[in-house]
Design a binder for this molecule. Structure first.
Ligand SMILES: C[S@@+](CC[C@H](N)C(=O)[O-])C[C@H]1O[C@@H](n2cnc3c(N)ncnc32)[C@H](O)[C@@H]1O
Length: 256
């Protein structure tokens, strides 16, 4: 049985082993700070993109735009996704510092994000990843979708930053994959921004990692792949609703 643990039950300095294969309900930074350095092999995560803070015709805070009908217009259950940009970058850099601290010396982070145009310029998220050991940028090319805006071509890609410690190596044979991954987006998941399992399958099976952390775990897709490839996982999300969704999903109960 996979269970939810409330972060209020954690010790200030706790052991990662106590949370293997658990869904931790709490704030990503607060929980990560309680875990010891070099305790996980791999981090696979997709943070909130701050999409509702947009200068253009994107996903604005309640003002419609090209994502007018997208479920993300409501933000996440416990995160509004519309921080001032500087504050957002500082927050994400803080998260990445914690992630890097938690990684073993041969570990890596697969950090999914989205580039966008803001005030006529490319916002490629270098303000977030600057100074971190970015080794490669993968393109996740989604297969399609619905475009609600006649002024834009349909956006069909996201990026995955591979941020790796020096000793990180791919699993045998995984270097045969190219750096553009064509993977259909998830259609059958009530979470507003889930990973497709094909993406987390590809990432996890491309490594020999044993313990995998996702500090923004949403509907728990990272754990679905971890279980499939017989790895241990630790999930963190600050939404009780998404943690419960994940619990049901991992335990094979009706969830979607
Ligand atoms: C892009 S979604 C992740 C979706 C996930 N990859 C999946 O497959 O379902 C980002 C998640 O971050 C969570 N979140 C937002 N702020 C958080 C925080 N401070 N601490 C932990 N989780 C947070 C949201 O609840 C949301 O589920």
């Amino acid at each position: 049985m996979y269970e939810i643990v409330n972060s209020t039950e954690m010790l200030k300095k706790d052991k990662a082993d106590n949370y293997l294969n658990r869904i931790i309900l709490g704030d990503a930074i607060d929980v990560m700070r309680r875990l010891p350095s070099e305790s996980v092999d791999l981090i696979v995560t997709s943070p909130p993109y701050n999409l509702k803070n947009s200068s253009g015709n994107g996903l604005k805070d309640g003002r419609g735009g090209k994502w007018q009908n997208a479920s993300l217009l409501q933000g996440y259950k416990d995160h509004n996704d519309a921080m001032p940009y500087d504050e957002y970058c500082k927050w994400q850099r803080k998260c990445l510092r914690q992630m890097l601290r938690l990684l073993k010396e041969d570990g890596a982070i697969f950090y999914n994000h989205k580039w966008r145009v803001q005030k006529g310029l490319l916002q490629d998220r270098h303000e977030i990843v600057k100074g971190f050991p970015v080794r490669q940028i993968l393109i996740w090319r989604r297969k399609g979708g619905i475009n609600f805006n006649a002024g834009y071509f349909l956006p069909t890609y996201e990026v995955v930053y591979l941020i790796a410690k020096p000793k990180f190596k791919l699993a045998k044979g995984a270097n045969a994959y190219g750096d553009v991954w064509e993977i259909k987006q998830e259609m059958n998941n009530p979470h507003p921004a889930p990973f497709p399992t094909e993406l987390t399958d590809r990432i996890i099976s491309s490594t020999d990692s044993k313990i995998i952390l996702d500090p923004f775990s949403g509907s728990g897709t990272t754990a679905v792949s971890a279980i499939k490839y017989q790895r241990d996982f630790i999930l963190i999300d600050n939404s009780a609703e998404y943690c419960e969704l994940t619990r049901k999903r991992l335990n094979g109960e009706p969830w979607n």
